[in-house]
Design a protein around this ligand. Structure first.
Ligand code: HEM
Length: 505
């Protein structure tokens, strides 16, 4: 008798059912109590002890974790169809329009459609080129911002500077607004916008116990779900206002017979047809997409830039070397621009090394399996949460050797064959800044421009040193865990202009 292949697989699972190795667990809570405030480090320690694929039980949820390139390739490439879904967390339900966005949506036709809209209408090469002039303006604003702060004689708060650079770039492209600096949307709206995006990030990054222990939701001792509902309402009001403004502006233009000017992302989304023959996309879909883009694009690039600056200020040798490269390629008569970026291999090594040591997504965005499978002969149940530990991957001694894992050493990425320095995972999967497979980051090219352009300008236009009284090697590089993984304390450094004064005007 011939069995359907799926059934044979099922029989096979039932016979073996051997889970990957993992630490012993408590009743009810499982391994939850073994995770501290830096769970990426805890999970890496477990991989060191139990092997490249570790099984955990977080409350009533099955989970696996890995920091190994072969396992990662198996999960994200070979078994992509099985592992490319997302868990329906409470934060995703409240803060991503009931998982109706791209980044937190489970695998399915809705996710596919929203992702296609991103790829075909928002993040196209043509549209990104269209905004290149705004990015150049924002880079110049950033340089002026640093100069202004440097002239006070105080160390520059680089978290503020880089946060404003990312946020302005993103909101100009998405919403047609700037929130920081001259000619902006207004201080009150800017403050409100900053405040709600920070709360949103914090809640999205939280490991909320109610996702693992349903009983916790009844008690919710820290009022997390209440907070989620409050932020959900405020974020929705904000998006509602943005959409209304755009609709009114369009009506005005139509009435006056004016040409459509430069279209931001909201304009583009308002011009697209909806599902099932509807004339327009639903407002909720537009809000979900806009919110996704803001969340995915701002923090990732500003956190990466702050880490790169922190490591370079900590290593003056690296600063001198990248400035030599910039002086050679860009020269002293102009500022660095986007067209220089492919010709700055050492800067690209700095960014690769930054992603190795401080990946913006320490667990990517957690994936979830949609049906049972096996990896390396181990059984993985359906609905298993997957923590790909990119922080652990960058410090895995079997990948990087044991000696200098904790050293910031960009030269380790210098290609011996003179090839271009790529800043994606490559076939060896040694770093994974933008992930791989179906869920890989659709904004990687844009994110890289934000990072490379920002850094090129700052290293070329200024000399950098630690605040007075702190030696370079004492600069702190402690992280905090979150959806992205920022430095625990904001970076302060002393800036000194190094180009002719008229270039800063
Ligand atoms: C340096 C900057 C950036 C970094 C390091 C980064 C990194 C990532 C990572 C690690 C993921 C998760 C992939 C996974 O779960 O497998 C992701 C997803 C995503 N990113 Fe980025 N990203 C950056 C910039 C951007 C930008 C500029 C945009 C858009 C404007 C963007 C849009 C998205 C979206 C929509 C997703 C969800 C994809 C999906 O679930 O299908 N990202 N990104």
């Amino acid at each position: 008798k011939i069995l359907h292949p799926w059934l044979t697989k099922k029989v096979h699972f039932n016979k073996t059912h051997k889970l990957p190795p993992g630490p012993p667990r408590w009743p009810i809570v499982g391994n939850l109590l073994q995770l501290g405030p830096l769970p990426h480090r805890d999970l890496a320690t477990l991989c060191e002890k139990y092997g490249p694929l570790v099984y955990l039980k977080l409350g009533n949820v099955s989970a696996i974790t890995t920091n190994d390139p072969d396992m990662i390739r198996e999960i994200l490439v070979r078994q992509d169809d099985i592992f490319a879904s997302r868990p329906r967390t409470r934060a995703a339900a409240h803060l991503a329009y009931n998982c109706g966005d791209v980044a937190l949506a489970p695998l399915g036709p809705r996710w596919k459609r929203m992702r296609r809209i991103c790829m075909e209408h928002l993040l196209t090469t043509k549209r990104l080129e269209l905004f290149a002039k705004h990015r150049a303006q924002e880079a110049q604003h950033m340089v002026q911002d640093v100069l202004g702060r440097a002239q006070t004689g105080q160390p520059v708060n680089l978290r503020e500077v880089l946060g404003a650079f990312s946020m302005n770039n993103v909101t100009r492209m998405l919403l047609g607004k700037q929130y920081f600096g001259a000619g902006t949307a207004g201080p009150q709206e800017a403050m409100e916008f900053m405040h709600i995006t920070h709360e949103l990030f914090w809640l999205l990054g939280l490991i909320y116990l109610g996702d693992y222990l349903p009983i916790w939701r009844w008690v919710d001792p820290y009022g997390c779900e209440k907070k989620m509902r409050q932020v959900e309402k405020r974020v929705d009001d904000f998006h509602e206002r943005i959409i209304e403004e755009h609709k009114k502006a369009k009506e005005r233009r139509d009435k006056m017979g004016e040409e459509e000017g430069e279209m931001d992302f909201v304009d583009v989304l308002l011009s697209l047809p909806g599902e099932d023959g509807k004339e327009h996309m639903d407002d909720v879909e537009i809000k979900a997409l806009i919110q996704d883009m803001i969340a995915a694009a701002t923090d990732t690039s500003s956190v990466t830039n702050e880490w790169a600056m922190a490591e370079v200020v900590k290593h003056p040798r690296v600063l001198r070397k990248v400035q030599d490269e910039l002086d050679r390629v860009v020269g002293p008569t102009r500022m660095a621009s986007e067209s220089d970026l492919p010709h700055l291999p050492y800067l690209r090594c700095i960014v690769r090394e930054t992603f190795r040591m401080h990946p913006a997504g320490p667990f990517l965005i957690p994936h979830e399996s949609i049906r049972p499978t096996t990896i390396n002969g181990y059984y993985i149940p359906a609905g298993t949460r997957v923590f790909i530990n990119t922080h652990g991957l960058g410090r895995n001694p079997t990948v990087w050797g044991r000696d200098d894992i904790e050293d910031f050493y960009p030269e380790r990425h210098w290609p011996s064959d003179g090839a271009r320095v790529e800043i994606s995972h490559g076939s060896d999967f040694k770093i994974l800044p933008f992930s791989a497979g179906k869920r890989r980051c659709p904004g990687a090219p844009l994110g890289l421009v934000f990072v490379l352009l920002g850094l090129a300008r700052l290293f070329h236009a200024f000399d950098w040193a630690p605040p007075e009284g702190i030696r370079a090697e004492e600069m702190d590089t402690q992280e905090v865990y979150g959806m992205t993984m920022p430095k625990a304390k904001p970076l302060f450094a002393v800036a000194k202009p190094r180009l002719p004064p008229h270039l800063y005007l």
